[in-house]
Ligand binder design. Structure first.
Ligand SMILES: [Zn+2]
Ligand SMILES: [Zn+2]
Length: 102
């Protein structure tokens, strides 16, 4: 069964993280620093960003498939597609799957 990449709910969890509840009921929790470090833009993939203490200044949806995050360090070019977010879920049931992808 393919994983759902349709979020039912996206919400901030206090000051520390973003929570996504997916269409299939799966819940993903992303710490801000992890999300910042996982920025999918070309610049950040080339050189890992300094993510310590970074928080989102603004989160807004991009169409129906992604979200854009403007960070407190001024970086705003990362577009986090829902599919990408689902693929980097760090929960106990997802991490082993990611390991096998090499
Ligand atoms: Zn980036
Ligand atoms: Zn997961």
């Amino acid at each position: 069964m393919p994983l759902s990449t349709e979020p039912n709910r996206i919400e901030r969890v206090g000051e520390t993280a973003l929570k996504v509840v997916w269409g299939d009921g799966h819940e993903s929790l992303y710490a801000w620093e992890f999300l910042r470090a996982s920025c999918p833009c070309a610049v950040c993939r080339e050189a890992a960003p300094a993510a310590a203490g970074v928080k989102p200044a603004e989160i807004k949806p991009v169409g129906r498939y992604a979200m854009a995050i403007r960070w407190s360090d001024g970086h705003a070019t990362g577009i986090y597609s829902h599919e990408y977010l689902r693929s980097i879920c760090r929960c106990e049931s997802c991490v082993p799957n990611q390991m096998t992808e090499g």
